[in-house]
Design a protein around this ligand. Structure first.
Ligand SMILES: [Zn+2]
Ligand SMILES: [Zn+2]
Length: 174
C-alpha cells in the first residue's frame, strides 16, 4: 500500500467526527472512552450495548477488538495481541463478501472502526505514542507521509544527521 501522496497536505487531512447518537436509546454522546465501555461507538453505555448485542454488533468489530489488549484508560497504549509484521505493526486478515482475503494494518483498522471513518488511501495512520502495535484510536492520527517523517525526526526515530541533511536541502531550495 502506497503511503505517499504529494498532492495532499495536512490542511486536507480529514478529522473524524466524534459525536454519536446511541442506536439503542437515541441519546447524543461523544466518543471519549474505550470502545469496550462505550459499545464500540454505537451505544452510549455498556447497558445500551448489552441490550442491542449481539444481533447488531458486526463480526469484524467483535473479532478485531478481541485481539486488542484494551486498557482501562485511553491514555494508555492498547497493544495488538495478534500477528505482527517485521516492523511490529499488528496485522489482521479479513474476508470480503466474495471470500477473498484482505490484509489490514491493525492500528489503521482500529482508528477506522472506533471513529467510524476511513483513512484515505495515500495517507498514514500515524502513532502519537511511537508504539507500532498500539491500537488505541486516541493515540493515532491521520497524517501525510511528510507529517509522519516530521514526527519521526522530532521524536528522534530518525537520526539527527538525516534531519540536518533535510534542513540543508530545504535551505538550498529557498
Ligand atoms: Zn443509549
Ligand atoms: Zn499508544
Amino acid at each position: 500500500m502506497a503511503d505517499e501522496n504529494p498532492t495532499l497536505d495536512s490542511t486536507e487531512v480529514p478529522k473524524p467526527d466524534l459525536n454519536r447518537i446511541c442506536e439503542q436509546c437515541g441519546r447524543e454522546f461523544v466518543l471519549a472512552r474505550p470502545p469496550s465501555k462505550q459499545g464500540h461507538g454505537r451505544w452510549c453505555s455498556k447497558s445500551c450495548a448489552a441490550k442491542a448485542r449481539p444481533k447488531q454488533l458486526i463480526p469484524i468489530e467483535w473479532r478485531f477488538w478481541r485481539s486488542v489488549n484494551i486498557a482501562r484508560s485511553v491514555k494508555k497504549c492498547w497493544p495488538w495481541t495478534g500477528a505482527r509484521d517485521a516492523k511490529g505493526y499488528g496485522h489482521i486478515t479479513l474476508f470480503d463478501s466474495q471470500g477473498r482475503k484482505i490484509g489490514r494494518s491493525a492500528h489503521r483498522l482500529a482508528f477506522e472502526l472506533a471513529f467510524d471513518t476511513v483513512v484515505p488511501d495515500g495517507l498514514c495512520a500515524c502513532h502519537h505514542c511511537d508504539n507500532p502495535s498500539c491500537c488505541n484510536p486516541w493515540h493515532i492520527f491521520i497524517g501525510t507521509y511528510s507529517d509522519n517523517m516530521r514526527d519521526s525526526v522530532q521524536k528522534g526515530r530518525i537520526g539527527n544527521e538525516a534531519f540536518r541533511e533535510q534542513k540543508r536541502r530545504e535551505k538550498q531550495e529557498k
